[in-house]
Design a protein around this ligand. Structure first.
Ligand code: UDP
Length: 335
């Protein structure tokens, strides 16, 4: 019995910093790390992250939330903690949100990532950067493998995010080359699930919320552009596998390779929810990629990872969650 409890202690010595942990993906990652027995500190500016995503952890002794921006000097409590793992998920990720303050988006990726790399160096902690499929821009190679260098505009409205993440990857691998940090980089493709913001502005959250409320469903352009959507539990499993792996020699795509057009997605959601909403077309945003689909051979081979949750199953769980959110929000709106 005695021996058993000390073993538990050894197994649980993982102390993780999760930046952006109050966000959609970050909060699910924190749940999984805690379930694994880790101690977790979440650092979040709460600019797009929401405290309510972590409300269920209020009484959790192995969890702490600190409100701070990774652009600034890290809070003293963070500097004093012996982190073994640093997960950097801090950055607005939805186009309308990251374009609202492009300077802040760029600095979050460059200055913020540098602050966290320095922390990882000092603590000798493993560092994982969440990069993005946006580094491929509007791709000419389909599906996109990690070796594809991308087709990104450095002057367009998406550049603050795309180029910010590309610079963050550069800095991260420079720290690896200089042997200053032990790093992993994930390139995350479109992800969906419970805890997305209803006002996130992305296609999955918009279409489900509009369908449930009976509002017009907004299709940007003619709806023929494609995306590939990964359910959040699959994505989090991939992030944790990558962190625990020894894949330090380059980025790894994490996403679901099942590709569909925006119109197909809308049709599915309308059928699933029995919605009577009208479908309306809006202008296609500038630099909106025509198509996107991950090549996940590297993740399969090196991490033994691939998504398990089928789109229908994931969309149903997400729609059920948004329905609850809308029911909760209604009385407050009437006040
Ligand atoms: N989109 C759409 N209607 C919406 C929101 C987005 O048709 O209400 C389109 C958008 O133009 C893009 C695709 O859906 O072609 C995915 O957009 P999202 O913002 O979800 O992700 P990203 O563009 O970053 O992949």
């Amino acid at each position: 019995m005695e021996q058993g409890s000390s073993l538990v202690k050894i197994a649980n010595k993982k102390t993780a910093l999760v930046t952006g942990g109050a966000g959609f993906i970050g909060s699910h990652l924190i749940d999984s790390l805690l379930a694994e027995g880790a101690t977790v500190v979440c650092l979040d500016s709460l600019l797009t992250g929401r405290e309510k995503n972590l409300r269920h952890l209020q009484r959790e002794a192995r969890f702490d939330l600190i409100q701070a921006d990774i652009i600034d000097a890290l809070p003293r409590t963070v500097a004093r903690t012996a982190f073994t793992h640093v997960y950097n998920l801090a950055c607005a990720a939805s186009p309308p949100h990251y374009q609202a303050d492009p300077e802040h988006t760029m600095l979050t990726n460059v200055v913020g990532t540098r602050n966290l790399l320095r922390l990882a160096e000092e603590k000798k902690a493993r560092f994982l950067l969440t990069s993005t499929s946006e580094v491929y821009g509007d791709p000419e190679v389909h599906p996109q493998p990690e070796s594809y260098r991308g087709w990104v505009s450095c002057t367009g409205p998406r550049a603050c995010y795309d180029e910010g993440k590309r610079a963050a990857e550069t800095l991260t691998f420079d720290y690896q080359r200089m042997r200053r940090a032990d790093v992993r980089v994930a390139r995350i493709f479109n992800t969906y699930g419970p805890r997305m913001r209803p006002d996130d502005g992305r296609v999955v959250s918009n279409v489900i919320c509009q369908a449930l409320a009976g509002d017009d469903i907004t299709v940007y352009g003619d709806g023929s552009q494609t995306r590939s959507f990964c359910y959040v539990s699959d994505l989090v499993a991939g992030l944790m596998r990558l962190m625990d792996s020894d894949v330090t020699d380059g980025p790894v795509n994490l996403g679901n390779p099942v590709e569909l057009t925006v119109s197909d997605l809308v049709e599915r959601v309308v059928r699933m929810t029995g919605s009577t909403s009208r479908i309306v077309n809006r202008p296609l945003p500038v630099d909106d990629p025509r198509r996107r689909k991950p090549n996940i051979e590297r993740a399969k081979a090196l991490l033994g990872w691939e998504p398990r949750v089928a789109l229908q199953q994931g969309l149903e769980a997400t729609a059920a969650w948004f329905a609850e959110e809308q029911a909760e929000a209604r009385p407050a709106e009437r006040e």
